[in-house]
Ligand binder design. Sequence first.
Ligand code: TYD
Length: 256
Amino acid sequence: MTRRRMIYEGKAKILYEGPEPGTLVQYFKDDATAFNAEKKAVLDGKGVLNNRISEFMMTRLAGVGIPNHFIKRLNMREQLIKKVEIIPLEVIVRNVAAGTMSKRLGVEEGTQLPRAIVEFCLKNDELGDPLVSEEHIAAFNWASPQEMDELIALSLRVNDFMSGLFAGVGIKLVDFKLEFGRHFENDVQRTILADEISPDSCRLWDLETNEKLDKDRFRRDLGGVTEAYAEVARRLGIIKESAQGAEIVSFNGAPK
Ligand code: TYD
């Protein structure tokens, strides 16, 4: 392995300098954290699955005209991405009440919402990613009014596309979190989707049984976390059959 300069280490991923200017390498770790990193574990094979699932989602989204940072997958745990300046907001889209929304508003988990709801949280671990309003975002200039319009429009398009995609494989897209970045190319600035889309950042329930196929299995000690992620990958056709799935799950190599 050639030594690469590490740019940033997050909870579930590491970013390295890319081979060309304007690119980065995104490495998916097996580390899992929840409740603002109070709960931690290493889940063998999670990074491999999230690398593949995120590749699949970003590629499909690009195919319907949603610009994103994904360039290509490099190996089991790494993908080449476009370097962006991350907008310091987490955009959450909800179709069904769950998690903090249920707690905060007393809406029973599993309640279908009358329409998709978009929320914003400030990306700040020390503060526990607090919910913020558009007023806060404008006043503190975390995103421009034009960017806000783009974030909402793009997130709802992602929701429409992904809801249909998951429904087609028997999965309900309950909610998910997106991050966006400012991409600069030849002096032109564009808002593009960044980070990852995986069962770490989505709530995915089996359409028939409501079985959880996402990070809530870890948050709530339900067990079978990577098995559930592998099931999502299998249903999306990313990994062929459970035997091969197990092969991918057991891979625990260092980056090539
Ligand atoms: P939410 O219910 O707000 O928070 P929590 O996961 O703590 O219950 O989460 C909504 C969705 O967004 C859920 O699918 C998890 C995802 N999410 C993240 O991936 N990272 C985050 O920092 C937050 C706040 C949410």
